[in-house]
Design a protein around this ligand. Structure first.
Ligand code: PMP
Ligand code: GLU
Length: 399
């Protein structure tokens, strides 16, 4: 008899990771699959960062670290936040963990009680909803369409606030849409939230450096939200370090303390070697970040043009950041495959494109936007061109 808790039974698996896993399996069977499902830079980690990790091994950085991470790493992050984002978080307000993913989950578990509402402008990253469920909170998604550049307005946000609202979760640049909130848009949101002092903002800034419109504004920089914003960031995307698993939260001191307590009971500090590598990422030359950003920008321009040529795909504007395109594909719903199967939603379209076109994307439904499909363009220009050629051919076969 299988004995799984109700809590886990209610949890959905990660659609991004599941799709990636499926494409690995098909590849292992010998199929030539182009995997645009997972959001992961294809670059190798820069050499100076790898060197720091090797030095850490040789230097015997092999013992348990402090639960929130080495002080030297937290000092480097504190400085980064000051210099790049203009926000003040002391090292004691920073907790480093096993990726931004763990830190988002930790923060949610630390502050959300049963029945507390978490407002999530959607389309939004797949894992937020499941983390809120784990905390027994209530997801309050609000779908922001292409007509509003996939972003929530201050008025819409205010209309969702109730006595139970505990958290507003903002992600900019956004996964999956690439939307970026401007300083003015954030100012309007901050003005609304200033009226509700009990609400905490979780600002996921993991794609901060993958911006095609300059340096971002952090919502934590607005004085009216002082001590109410938790910044999430990490090295996965900016420094091509997804597998090293280092992310952080920078939070009001009492939240950082609670997160440290939680982390101290179930994972302890994260890998000492990876922490030393992350320290080198934050303190070393930032040139590598810009080189990768420019490559992502070229790929963004390329894939945007190719998407325009696919019948039934609608993507009105170039994404401003991150490395995803998220076209609306509703025009294809109801069409038939050559063997007579009807494509009735984005899940079925994603499966069809994988099985027929051998290109893996992720259904928009997993991001709370069932009209769309997501492709990551964190891959070579050659693969982008070939993938979009295959997608176009597969779509053109539908009738
Ligand atoms: N936030 C967003 C919006 C993401 O897309 C991801 C996926 N990498 C994460 C957080 C987690 O990143 P990591 O755990 O690799 O730091
Ligand atoms: N965040 C990336 C994505 O959306 C990586 C996979 C994951 O953790 O969801 O594809």
């Amino acid at each position: 008899m299988e004995q799984i808790s109700a809590r886990l039974l209610a949890l959905s698996p990660s659609a991004t990771l599941a799709m990636s896993q499926k494409s690995q399996e098909l590849k292992a069977q010998g199929l030539d699959i182009i995997n645009l499902s997972v959001g992961e830079p294809d670059f190798n980690t820069p050499d100076h960062i790898k060197e720091a990790a090797k030095n850490a091994v040789d230097g015997n950085f092999s013992f348990y670290t402090a639960v929130p991470g080495y002080l030297s790493l937290r000092e480097a992050i504190s400085k980064k936040l000051k210099v790049e984002n203009g926000v003040d978080f002391a090292p004691t307000q920073i907790v480093v963990g096993n990726g931004a993913k763990q830190e988002i989950c930790n923060v949610i578990l630390a502050i959300v009680d049963k029945g507390d509402e978490v407002i999530i402008p959607t389309p939004a990253w797949v894992s937020y909803f499941e983390m809120v469920k784990l905390a027994e909170g209530v997801n309050v998604p609000f779908l922001c369409g292409q007509d509003q550049d996939f972003k929530i307005t201050a008025e819409q946000l205010e209309s969702l606030i109730t006595d139970k609202t505990k958290v507003v979760l903002l992600c900019s640049p956004s996964n999956p849409t690439g939307a970026i909130y401007s300083k003015e848009e954030l100012a309007a949101i901050a003005k609304v939230l200033a009226k509700y002092p009990r609400i905490i903002v979780i600002a996921d800034e993991i794609y901060e450096h993958i911006s095609y419109c300059g340096q971002l504004t952090s919502i934590a920089s607005f004085p009216e939200l002082k001590d109410r914003v938790v910044i999430i960031n990490g090295v996965s995307k900016a420094y091509a370090m997804t597998g090293w698993r280092i992310g952080f939260c920078a939070a009001p001191a009492y939240i950082a303390k609670a997160v440290t307590k939680l982390q101290g009971q179930y994972t302890s500090g994260c890998s000492s070697i990876a922490q030393k590598a992350a320290e080198a990422a934050y303190t070393g030359s930032q040139e590598c970040v810009e080189v990768m950003r420019q490559a992502f920008e070229r790929r963004r321009d390329l894939i945007f043009d190719l998407v325009q040529q696919i019948p039934g795909f609608r993507l009105d504007k170039k994404p401003q950041g991150a490395f995803y395109v998220f076209p609306d594909v509703t025009a294809l719903f109801g069409k038939k495959t050559s063997d007579g199967k009807v494509i009735s939603n984005a899940d079925e379209l994603a499966m069809y494109l994988l099985e027929t076109g051998h290109v893996a994307g992720v259904t928009g439904a997993a991001f709370g936007a069932p009209d769309c499909i997501r492709f990551s363009y964190a891959t070579s220009e050659e693969k982008i061109v070939e993938a979009m050629r295959r997608v176009k051919a597969a779509v053109e076969e539908l009738s």
